[in-house]
Design a protein around this ligand. Structure first.
Ligand code: AMP
Length: 589
């Protein structure tokens, strides 16, 4: 398949933000794609080579790309840098520069999607001393044969700056339309995606085997299942209203969610955002197969840092010491954990997703041999407010965040947040009701004690529909000196020359960041705001929502990606639920 077909589609997609238009460009592209290339196209349009959980990163630095452009165009790096500074996008700069070259080149060879993909894949896999030189060779060989438009997109993929704003749902809509003739069939694709987290594989299946093949899609060990999520409730009464007379209550532990795949002695661990985190937990890998009486199984657990002497649960931050590449053995002994199981998704060669919660918990109890390291999350069944309150009190005394409340007869709804699981947290008794997880998008330099660091951060929520990060508040309180140092270190690697187009803000920050880091914030109130952009125009024309008196809680949510941050819809729900918004006012919005 000619790469120009793809790069022309990229160019059209870059020019629109309308979902319908994006979908129809994708449908056309998919229809022009041979079956054996479909998965590559699906990954490439998302700026990827493989599904996220495989952790394959291109990791090409701008400097290297500039050298490669220079090599293939014969134009000095300095001039390319200048063009880049002026335009702010290296892909466009390269395309401009190479246009000059093309005019003098006699013949440009066609390049194929397969060749670009294979070359990018080789680049991603390169390691070691000579890898930089090899990468440069590969890149300039592609640029030599690519036309300016193709070069521009090849570079964007390499640098990770191809942002077409295509949500997974849009890809699935387009696949459904292109290969089944109806968008309504997206739900079948979604089911397959939820159990595989691999859109390329879903695309291949629908092309090769149609709807029947998609409906016959099975869980595969070592392909992560998209996690089921819980909705928040503010009170015991609300939980009863939603779940009925009798349901289960479990401790809500404050650790890291871990999806554990076991086949014989092979163990792979995935985080909540489906990152492969096996390397951070060698203790789980070593011990879990000995405590689980099943050869092939997928489990869910919360890994929690503990005090080794007392067995007490420690706060989430303690676990983040494990997030290191080197000397992990030392961290394992220094920061011990326990693994607290709460679900089983696959067992005995069959999916458990359709089984009721009660049945799944039964299986979990049957196959687990508890010890100090591997435990079942404490659970009970509750029937009234007093029983819930009682268990909530116990959980908080044990160092937990609150309770997870789950319907007894509900299936496991992979990838969805629904009413079958609810979370009741202690903080809900606070003014606002809950903490928010917000994305750091910009910063303002500090003064006095904070000179040389970022004194105030600009934060955003996540708008799921638009796939954007609208600003919600500035925050300058709650930071210790250590926090400021740590945040400076993390954030200075994320500085961008220009504001990322997915950031929506009218403020002029001193520096802008790639929207990646998520931190936890509490606040006293949510108000309508003429400046901030969360839920803009949703509740009132020309107004968004903003936080009053926001404060950093001390928690960097390293396990969450920016797309896992609190959404505009969640902020609207909190806003509507505020005590200060009276019934009348709430109805008004
Ligand atoms: P939140 O991050 O506030 O949306 O809460 C959901 C998270 O709570 C899950 O992703 C798990 O990491 C965690 N969790 C703790 N205890 C449980 C439990 N008993 N059942 C399910 N999730 C739990």
């Amino acid at each position: 398949m000619q790469f120009s077909i793809l790069s022309e589609s990229f160019e059209r997609m870059e020019k629109t933000t309308k979902r319908l238009e994006l979908t129809s460009i994708l449908v056309e592209l998919f229809k022009n794609t041979p079956p054996d290339v479909i998965s590559k196209i699906v990954y490439l349009i998302q700026g990827k080579l493989r599904p996220d959980f495989e952790g394959i990163e291109l990791g090409v630095a701008e400097k290297l790309a500039i050298r490669a452009i220079s090599k293939s165009s014969g134009i000095p790096s300095k001039k390319i840098e200048q063009e880049y500074q002026d335009g702010g996008d290296l892909g466009h700069a390269a395309s401009k520069i190479l246009e000059q070259k093309t005019q003098t080149t006699f013949l440009v060879e066609d390049i194929t999607v397969e060749r670009v993909y294979e070359t990018l894949y080789k680049i991603a896999k390169l390691e070691g001393a000579r890898s930089q030189d090899m990468k440069m060779k590969y890149i300039s060989s592609l640029l030599n044969d690519a036309n300016p438009q193709e070069s521009s997109f090849i570079l964007k993929i390499l640098l990770g700056t191809l942002r077409l704003g295509i949500a997974e749902n849009t890809v699935m809509d387009a696949l459904a339309i292109a290969f089944t003739g109806s968008k309504d069939n997206r739900k079948f694709l979604e089911n397959a995606y939820n159990v595989s987290s691999d859109l390329g594989k879903v695309a291949e299946t629908i092309v090769a085997k149609g709807i029947e093949g998609i409906n016959d899609f099975h869980i595969t060990l070592f392909n992560p299942i998209r996690p089921m999520l819980a909705e928040r409730v503010k009170s015991e009464a609300e939980a009863i209203e939603k779940l009925g007379d009798k349901f289960s209550a479990e401790y809500k532990l404050d650790g890291e969610r871990v999806q554990i795949h076991i086949k014989d002695d092979a163990v792979v661990l995935f985080s909540r955002s489906l990152e492969n985190i096996t390397n951070y937990y060698p203790d789980i890998v070593e011990n879990i197969p000995k405590r689980i009486n099943s050869k092939q199984v997928i489990l869910e657990a919360e890994a929690v840092a503990i005090n080794e002497n007392t067995g007490e649960f420690l706060p989430f931050q303690e676990l983040m010491h494990r997030r290191r590449k080197y000397k992990i053995e030392k961290a394992v002994t220094q920061y011990p954990i326990s693994v607290n199981l709460f679900d089983v998704l696959y067992y005995d060669d069959t999916s458990c997703l359709e089984n009721s919660y009660e049945k799944r918990r039964g299986i979990l109890e049957k196959i687990t041999q508890e010890d100090e390291f591997v435990k079942l999350i404490p659970m009970t069944t509750v029937q009234n407010e007093i029983e819930i309150e009682d268990f909530l009190e116990n959980s908080i005394n044990a160092g937990c965040e609150g309770l997870m409340l789950k319907t007894l007869d509900g299936p496991y709804r992979a990838g969805s947040r629904g009413n079958l699981w609810l979370k009741l947290k202690r903080e809900y008794r606070n003014e606002l009701g809950d903490s928010l997880d917000l994305v750091v998008i910009g910063a303002f330099f500090g003064k006095g004690r904070r000179t040389g660091r970022y004194g105030t951060l600009l934060l955003a929520s996540y708008n799921e529909d638009m796939d954007e990060f609208p600003s919600i508040c500035k925050v300058g309180t709650g930071f210790t000196d250590e926090d400021l140092d740590q945040l400076y270190q993390i954030l200075s690697n994320k500085v961008t020359i220009k504001k990322n187009p997915r950031i929506i803000s009218e403020m002029e920050a001193d520096v802008w960041f790639e929207p990646e880091l998520v931190i936890e914030i509490v606040a006293s109130e949510i108000t309508l705001s003429p400046i901030h952009k969360t839920a803009f125009n949703e509740l009132r024309k020309n107004a968004g929502l903003a936080l009053r008196f926001p404060k950093f809680t001390g928690k960097i949510r390293a396990e969450k990606s920016a797309e896992n941050a609190s959404t505009d819809q969640e902020v609207i729900t909190l806003f509507r639920g505020q005590k200060k918004v009276t019934q009348n006012e709430a109805e008004q919005y």
